[in-house]
Write a protein that binds this ligand. Structure first.
Ligand SMILES: Cc1ncc(COP(=O)(O)O)c(C=O)c1O
Length: 459
């Protein structure tokens, strides 16, 4: 594959430094082999997340200077609102400082104990916000999503048979909202097709169940529809996005992804009385309705980012850069989830690191090796993040796949950074002894990956 060309040129640079190997060895040891505990400045290439890590454009930075910090009615809010209405068509737009607040507002107002919220896959903050309100967050993604090497174009689709069955089993009154994550982050950043979105919407509408998108990466999803679904090749990204949103009743969104901003988010919906209820809650927990926890300047950055993200040339480059990294890894024989998703490449660490037992966390061990060998920070989405403790056998039950996610920040790294990342993984693949098994020495009760500690063991 030919390296994709950046549709921008660089105006400002941020120096990054690759520490010497012995310094990296020391840093990761001091961080108890948990790369969340390493300082950002000690990382050479940071692939921990694509959230809030985008490089803003000159147009966005110019907008920052036009921030109106009036408490009520700042002009940037109206630009923000107008932009979101233009893209989504929803009547009410409520700003929040990041995506999980939108989830909190929605679920705290509409869910009660014993309810169900289906989705393709819930992202962890979405799931937590559903569960904290006593409801069950159900993942109804299609079976193809579970097959790493199967090149199915829309692995983010919802299995509509499972959805119909759930509604028949529990009754529509037990489902106050149905969700769909686009693209499906937890399922590998895979898209949902327009046909699937339409069908899911039909099912929800038939049963009077409101349908909301978790729309963090709506533009990346629209790009995949344009490229992979019949009938959309000649439509613009905005037209496709508008059609996607037309099938839903609202959306939550973290603007830290396809808002191309470092902070921000919103919840938008057609239902006026729900919007009033959520606005009252917003004032209690975030801020007034025209800023919702954000500075005026950040509202402006998001408004401009949302327009830029629908630019085809940007998206073509963005998705192709992720694919470029995936292709390189594939060439080097490193097992990855195929096809590559919108925002990340997922390495099948369980398959790649054969000499470490699942109990010694091969995926996590790979993240340690990537830092030690190349100063790269990635994130394990596997045996540490998703294990369940079985009190009968007193053993951890691990997820089907032990993955390492290489999330690519938007407009930040060049193709030569991608080549470097691939070469570090190639080196590790050829020298597996540099990946060492791990034993937990400390873990908190919830969300253990953020703060747990390890020691290395001899393989
Ligand atoms: C699909 C999805 N939903 C929700 C969120 C939560 O957004 P935030 O981190 O802004 O709270 C994320 C963040 O990564 C996400 O990927």
């Amino acid at each position: 594959m030919i390296a994709p060309v950046e549709p921008y040129r660089v105006k400002v640079v941020e120096p990054i430094r690759l520490l010497e190997r012995d310094e990296r060895v020391e840093k990761v040891k001091k961080a108890f082999y948990n790369i969340f505990l390493i300082r950002g400045e000690d990382v050479f290439i940071d692939l921990l997340t694509d959230s809030g890590t985008s490089a803003m454009s000159d147009n966005q930075w110019a907008g920052i200077m036009l921030g109106d910090e009036s408490y009520a009615g700042c002009k940037n809010y109206f630009h923000f609102e107008e932009t979101i209405k233009d893209i989504t068509g929803f009547k009410n737009v409520i700003p929040v400082h990041q995506g999980r607040v939108a989830e909190n507002l929605l679920f705290s107002q509409i869910l009660t104990k014993g309810d169900y919220v289906p989705s393709n896959n819930h992202f962890d903050t979405t799931r937590a916000n559903v569960e904290v309100n006593g409801a069950a967050a159900l993942d109804l993604v299609v079976e193809e999503s579970r097959k790493p090497s199967e090149e199915y174009p829309f692995k983010g689709n919802i299995d509509t048979n499972k959805l119909e069955k759930l509604i028949a089993d529990v009754g529509p009154e037990k489902i106050p909202v149905g969700m769909m994550t686009v693209t499906n982050n937890t399922g590998g950043g895979q898209p949902a097709s327009m046909a699937n979105i339409r069908k899911v919407s039909e099912i929800y509408r038939k049963h009077n169940i409101p349908f909301f998108f978790d729309a963090c990466r709506f533009a990346e999803n629209a790009y995949f529809i344009k490229k992979r679904e019949w009938g959309y090749a000649d439509k613009s990204i905005k037209e496709i996005a508008r059609e996607m949103f037309s099938y839903a009743d609202g959306c939550t969104m973290s603007a830290k992804k396809d808002g191309l901003a470092n902070i921000g988010g919103f919840i938008a919906m057609n239902n006026d009385s729900l919007a009033t209820q959520l606005t009252n809650m917003l004032i209690l927990i975030e801020g007034y309705r025209t800023y919702g926890g954000m500075a005026g300047r950040d509202l402006e950055a998001v408004a401009r980012g949302l327009q830029e993200v629908t630019n085809f040339d940007y998206l073509e480059y963005r998705i192709k850069q992720v694919e470029y990294l995936g292709t390189k890894l594939d060439e080097y024989g490193i097992p990855i989830i195929k096809p590559t998703g919108g925002h990340a490449v997922f390495v099948d660490a369980g398959k790649m690191i054969e000499h470490i037992e699942p109990e010694n966390y091969p995926g996590w061990a790979l993240t340690v090796a990537m830092y030690r060998e190349g100063g790269i920070r990635s994130v394990e989405i596997g045996n540490i993040m998703f294990a369940r403790y079985d009190s009968d056998s007193k053993k951890e039950i691990f997820p089907e796949l032990d993955l390492v996610r290489l999330a690519i920040p938007r407009r930040v790294y060049s193709n030569s950074h991608m080549e470097y990342i691939a070469s570090v993984l190639k080196h590790i693949n050829e020298n597996p002894e540099c990946v060492k098994g791990l034993r937990l020495t400390y873990q908190p009760k919830v969300l253990r990956h953020f703060t747990c500690r390890f020691e290395e063991i001899d393989n």
